[in-house]
Write a protein that binds this ligand. Structure first.
Ligand code: F6R
Length: 259
């Protein structure tokens, strides 16, 4: 019988702080490399966006680390052509698949499916066969979203079609989009919480307010990231700009990449 994971309040969502985005990214890449050493065929669920970009570059600079890893997109912009430069698909092809230099499957939601609901059902079925996610890499939205699980009165458990919030529609990824997305496609909160481990990356002064709300520890669908308090194995890496000096939490200075 596997040992059940017991939540330890002293360790949960305790930020490990790096001085800046570069050192945060190096810490995250080393942390992921350690997970891949332990489980070379790990299923990695991947957020896109500005925060993890450098982490992926660092990982991809040592392609042997990723030789057997399996990739699942966390979400996708609905309505954009798959080859639109703004899609998560294009982002991962550029950052991970091209440097790996060989056919490497990227699983997950397509940006312009014939029927978005069917697309979500298919990803659910794929996860049921190929899951669980070993490591889920997440970024924190300025409004507290995870993927396109947007703040709302209620959250959805599984892959679903999402109404994009104003924060998502203003996301930097869309600055080079050929068209405007009309909806989002995303894994749901239960999908994320069923991951064996979660890595949450938070960087930049503009994340300070939402990180402070997250660290307050109130679990609410108005702050979807707060559901991470329900998971016993979340590693939260942030930089000093995101944490700020005024946050009254006991934060570790990130020195050791593995634990
Ligand atoms: C992107 C995604 C989003 C981002 C979040 C943070 O695939 O799922 O939830 O992770 O908006 O984005 P950045 O890292 O650009 O601040």
């Amino acid at each position: 019988m596997p040992t059940p994971l017991v939540p330890n309040p002293d360790r949960m969502l305790k930020p490990k702080v790096s001085p800046d985005h570069e050192s945060l990214s190096r810490h995250a890449a080393d942390w992921l490399a350690a997970r891949l050493r332990a489980r070379p065929d790990a299923l990695l669920c991947l957020a896109s966006g500005g925060t993890p970009t450098r982490t992926y570059e660092l990982l991809a600079s040592q392609p042997q680390r990723l030789r057997r890893a399996r990739f699942l997109k966390l979400d996708e912009w609905g309505g954009l052509a798959m080859n639109d430069p703004a899609t998560c698909e294009s982002y991962f092809r550029r950052l991970l698949l091209a440097p790996l230099g060989r056919a490497h499957r990227l699983h997950g939601l397509r940006s312009r499916p014939a029927d978005p609901e069917t697309e979500c059902r298919e990803v659910r079925a794929w996860l049921a066969v190929n899951g669980p996610i070993d490591v889920c890499i997440l970024g924190l939205g300025v409004n507290g979203h995870l993927g396109f699980n947007e703040p709302a009165a209620a959250l959805q458990p599984f892959a679903h079609v999402a109404k994009l919030s104003a924060a998502s529609l203003n996301h930097g990824m869309l600055s080079n989009a050929r068209n405007r997305p009309s909806y989002g496609l995303t894994l749901g909160m239960a999908d994320l919480l069923a991951s064996r481990e979660i890595l949450l990356l938070v960087s930049g002064r503009h994340k300070r307010a939402v990180l402070r709300r997250l660290l307050a520890g109130t679990v609410t669908p108005r702050l979807p990231a707060s559901f991470l308090w329900l998971h016993p194995r979340v590693t939260l890496l942030c930089d000093e700009a995101a944490l700020g000096s005024s946050v009254a939490v006991a934060a570790d200075t990130a020195s050791e990449p593995e634990e």
